[in-house]
Design a protein around this ligand. Sequence first.
Ligand SMILES: Cc1cc2nc3c(=O)[nH]c(=O)nc-3n(C[C@H](O)[C@H](O)[C@H](O)COP(=O)(O)O)c2cc1C
Ligand SMILES: CC(C)CC(=O)C(=O)O
Length: 380
Amino acid sequence: MSRVSCIADIEKIALDKLPRNARNYYTSGSQDMITLHENQDSFDRIQIRPRVLMDVEKVDMTVKVLGETAASPIFVAASALQKMADPIGEIGGIRGAVRHGVVHSLSSISTASIEEVGDAAKALVGTDPSFRDMRWFQLYIYKDRSKTLNLIQRATKSGCKAIIVTVDTPYLGRRLPDIREPFEMPAHLSLANFKTGEEKLTDDENTDSENASWLAKYFTEEIDASLTWDDVAWVKSQTTLPVLVKGVLSAEDAVLAVQNGCSGIIVSNHGGRQLDSAPSTIDALYPIAKAVNKRIPIYLDGGIRRGTDVFKAIALGADAIFVGRPVLWALAYDGENGVNVMLDILVEEFRMAMALAGCRSIKDINIDRVMKSSKYTPKL
Ligand SMILES: Cc1cc2nc3c(=O)[nH]c(=O)nc-3n(C[C@H](O)[C@H](O)[C@H](O)COP(=O)(O)O)c2cc1C
Ligand SMILES: CC(C)CC(=O)C(=O)O
């Protein structure tokens, strides 16, 4: 096989290699997957306006993030159950992120524990001056607040730098492949942050009702669907770490995040897996950025597959972006090495986009550098 040249190459190899169960779980969006497709399609409707003769011999991709400096604005999103892609799972992602000097976020529903991921980061970070341990922990708020608090405390103790509260998942979106052919957790894997055994549901429990996926049942049984901003305040009261909310798609909610003392927001539609027909994240971004007016940082995920997508997100107001599925494809493609290759490609594509657009540093990327494609005809 020739070398992979872009994320689409990695995805293609990964989809061929992944077992059906994992492929269905990773690829699916909710319902008709309108939002899933829009996440990527919307990027194609934005054009980049280059400026020339700007001396782009050196391009500085560094970004400030919660008081630290990341080597680039390309961060690793939290996604669950990564050992289904490769036995190294989340450890491959954290090692790639440390090597690339960028933020890594770990899902509550990970297959390597908070402590294992922390140890992997700590073992690597001193070995090269450019390496960074920038771990954030993604928190699902369980009905059982002692379970939730346990996660917050362990994330804090292990050296995570921020807590991301996911707020778009009161219930799991209807993912049709998972309803037609319920997802099964491979027997050798477990939810590593929970040692009680109750989170390791068996196959038997998949079969007893319509919509019998254990994931959907797990969510309904365990995750609190009654959350309000008071619960975000509760998380804040339990930790000294910065607290961000993930899953914001409206300017109103973004302003509420500012008013409720959040340290940042992640503009996200959960990779098109929750509310179908929600806007693509890149379309939702600009009104949010205007309303927030730089009071807190704004991050974005959803559909980022190319360096030019990263550029467009920053131009429209993001401080940095996260990639979700590309990490899973990379793991399936070649484990830890796959993650390094994937991040190398995205960083190089982004460096090239900046240089060819005439931007020497991140602050040069602004709204003047993008325009809607003339082919863009709004559907409304
Ligand atoms: C298989 C899978 C599992 C995910 N698990 C979580 C999770 O545990 N917590 C969470 O907040 N978001 C989760 N997400 C959403 C991602 O954090 C992110 O929002 C999304 O993947 C970004 O879109 P992209 O995949 O197009 O990059 C998951 C996404 C996928 C594809
Ligand atoms: C269902 C969870 C385990 C993870 C999640 O958020 C997702 O699959 O989108």
